[in-house]
Design a protein around this ligand. Sequence first.
Ligand code: F0G
Length: 355
Amino acid sequence: MSQSHAPCAQRGGHGHPGLIDRYRNRLPFDSDDPVVSLQEGSTPLVLAERLSERVGAEVWLKIEGANPTGSFKDRGMTCAVSAAVREGAEAVICASTGNTAASAAAYAARGGLRCAVIVPEGKIATGKLAQALMHGARVVALRGNFDQALALVRELVQRHPIALVNSVNEFRLQGQKTAAFELADELGEGPDTLCIPVGNAGNVTAYWKGFSELGLSPRMLGYQAEGAAPLVHGAPVADPETVASAIRIGDPARWEEAMAAMTGSSGAIRAVSDDEILAAYRLLAAGEGVFCEPASAAGVAGLLKYGAEGAERVVCVLTGHGLKDPQTALAQAEAVIPCEPDLAAVERIVTSPSA
Ligand code: F0G
């Protein structure tokens, strides 16, 4: 892929360009359109050596937690908010399990727009809530789930001139498809298989769109949590439940598109249990040095459960940073070890064989 790296012409900074500047020729933006960017994208692609050994294939991790707000949502949000500014919108809104809210709030702040986010009360990770609030969004804690929140915001935007920035917004998918371009750029071609967590099914749809535009057809394997697996059951789930709060979704908006990606790529949507998700989450952190949030580990959980299935090169998309959800992390980790300020006491603890 051709990249237009113009080191001096970036918006608001040095270093790599944001997505719209990097991939403008494949995105619906002209050179004089307003761009709201935090230099998102160009995220690390890291070889996971222990995972590779374990499944007998080359396993790469696409570390989307390295985006400015700590999740892949920034790819879609730079496009959705830039388009909203171009259309003259003054406010944006979204329903969210947390990451979309954090990203919308940040890009709205950057673009000088007001932002409201509707999140399921008590079901979003602490870091995401802190982000949305710090970026100045109005945060509504809905006594209901994500699916109800999305239905409500879809009605709201019929009545008010507010831009909806959920992944039902086409610009979100346009931005998110660039992750597939980056994989092709770095690997020289597509992977054999892409393992990716699925919630509202926007991201898997966007990757498939990106690969398709390049004429590539990796096998798309989407993973949902067992308690929130409507695409696996073939029917909406009224009360989705999972430790992976980001993908606690019972009625994905991009249902048909996700299933079309599966058909087109000979892929599948499968379920993994919370225990399998948490095992993969711990393994990535302790065995690969990569801390992602629980939902992000669903693809790796699937890879560990089903194996490489003949693929030589697998990419697992790690959608969000582990720091988003410190509470789940602390609940999974070893306890800290209290100690008096005494050399012998510290020495005993530090040198004792680990459990
Ligand atoms: N991983 C993370 C960390 C997410 O936050 C999400 C979705 C997904 C995976 C699934 O992506 O919805 O495109 O299939 N989070 C949305 C949100 C729903 O509101 O932040 P998807």
